[in-house]
Ligand binder design. Sequence first.
Ligand code: ZN
Length: 399
Amino acid sequence: MSNDTPAKSAGPNKLVVRNVGLLLSGNLDHPILDADTVVAVDGVIHAVGKEKEIDTSNATTTIDAKRAALAPGLIDSHVHPVCGDWTPRQNQLGWIDSCLHGGVTTMVSAGEVHTPGRPKDIVGLKAMAIFAQRAFHAFRPGGVKVYAGAPVLEQGMVEDDFRELAAAGVKFLGEVGLGSVKDGVTGRRMVAWARKYGIQSTIHTGGPSIPGSSLIDKDMVLETDADVIGHVNGGHTALPDDQIIALCERSPRALEIVHNGNERAGLLALRTARELKQLHRMILGTDSPAGSGVQPLGILRMISMLSSLGELPAEIAICLATGNTAKMRGLNCGLIEIGREATFVFLDTAQQSAGKNLLDSIQKGDLAGIGMIIIDGVVSIQRSRNTPPATLVPEVVRA
Ligand SMILES: [Zn+2]
């Protein structure tokens, strides 16, 4: 598919997905649904249940899932886009499309900080944020939705700047700490202004990411009180264990684990949140394109890492990359429920995996294979070019 919207037919576009072998809801409270069919009308989920109980007539597109699993499209809670499907950090073209082939259908910008010559004056940073928001709203590589336009806090910003950004459509701040605001008092004041106008915030956590950035420790994170504790496992360098545990215990905010961080620290955060019965706060990102590069399978790898080494049931690990992130980020995707975006990834056991089935293969540390992706009710890709080949692959039977 493409960046074009599908041609409008006379009636509604009705998508029927039948013969689903395992329906993963993205919802921590009931991650597996007793259902085999999903119907979407004009890109929105309209019905979920057993085929015989659902009206599947007059479909404009019918997919036979061939007993593969259906899950919500994966969300990458932490990316650094620049412009188009290009990143200067790793000098790579097509990185967003490549991540689509890793199951990611939605990305949230943590700041367009890799932009060459990034403006740091206030008029310039606002202009860049609004430009990025507009550009990525209109440009969807492979269909992926990139929520970009995430300004980085700089000294001298006033309340009116946040009001103006919100009115222009900005919904997220870039990571607090990547600009000149590096103290908790100023950070807290600006984050509260952002929140007042409906702009969500994320703070960089841990050691400096690249030369020129600096340490953000637990005291600064707690004082600033941003909505998302960005890469609680460091990006790259993690805080000491006692500080990570303190953030889990003392802040009520989202706890983000990224691929570009310290994996042991990520497992520590997972274990701590789980003991505190706070798993709903855990969300996943990659931080790509970072120093560690673009990770097209980064979210799938995080799911397998947390499930296998963290002994987290795979259906729960998938919630961290779907429903949890959607809820924390205020997105209308990430859950298989009526009224949500009809954005799905079809997963199955990778061929020759030692796992008995998809969930067992993930719990054993293997990556899932992707057989198809649907975004807003439209088939975006069929078999992924990047994952190991899935055993069961859905088929379009009528389009
Ligand atoms: Zn960061």
